[in-house]
Design a protein. Structure first.
Length: 210
């Protein structure tokens, strides 16, 4: 599969801390040109959260963008979306039975051993990180550093997404290391969180990574 160069993540926790609604944020990103969105919700997946995910699926469908649900293969299957799994989630080979063969399945890795092991899993793409120190996760894995990316890229032929503390200042350098896409959370949230500012930030990211 071919991934967009920018992989925006709609993190409900980070948005709540900024007093913003996930659908409002997602709509601004899509208007700015996003062609893939991951919904990241680390709390209880309540009926209200499911309704938000359902509305997000409609927004993505209208914008011809792919929707990825973090962690939950069952929710992804219900919404005809893809899923992104972590090392502590359902193993990809089992999640594939829930998701079916045609929906996208991504899988996070954090070091060389995990990246090598992921070659045996039925994932469509892999993520590697954190590249830099990140504030978006509790108890994150150690930062890999930019200099290690080329060697890690060489370990897999699957599309590879870099994640973790990546800002516009380092976007081009990360892509030059050989990854296919850059996942972004915090740097898509400008200090002034207006819809125009978020849309403009998405447009800026796309321009940077062409």
């Amino acid at each position: 599969m071919e991934l967009p160069r920018v992989y925006p993540i709609v993190d409900t926790g980070a948005l709540a801390r900024r007093g913003r609604d996930p659908l409002w944020f997602a709509e601004a990103l899509l208007e700015g040109g996003a062609r893939i969105l991951q919904l990241r919700h680390k709390g209880h997946f309540s009926r209200t959260v499911f309704e938000t995910a359902s509305q997000l699926a409609v927004l993505c469908l209208r914008a011809e963008a792919r929707l990825i649900i973090d962690d939950r293969a069952d929710i992804a299957a219900l919404l005809d979306a893809g899923v992104h799994l972590g090392q502590k989630d359902l193993p990809p080979r089992l999640a594939r039975r829930v998701l079916g063969e045609t929906r996208i399945l991504g899988y996070s890795t954090h070091n060389e051993a995990q990246l090598r092991a992921a070659a045996e899993e039925p994932a469509d793409y892999l993520a590697i990180g954190p590249v830099f120190e990140t504030l978006s996760k509790e108890n994150p894995d150690p930062a890999l550093g930019l200099e290690r990316l080329p060697a890690l890229r060489a370990l897999t032929e699957k599309p590879l997404v870099a994640i973790g503390g990546i800002t516009r200042d380092y976007a081009r350098a990360v892509l030059r290391a050989g990854v296919d896409s850059v996942a972004v959370i915090g740097d898509l949230m400008p200090e002034e969180m207006t819809k125009a500012a978020v849309r403009g930030r998405m447009e800026e990211w796309i321009a940077l990574t062409r």
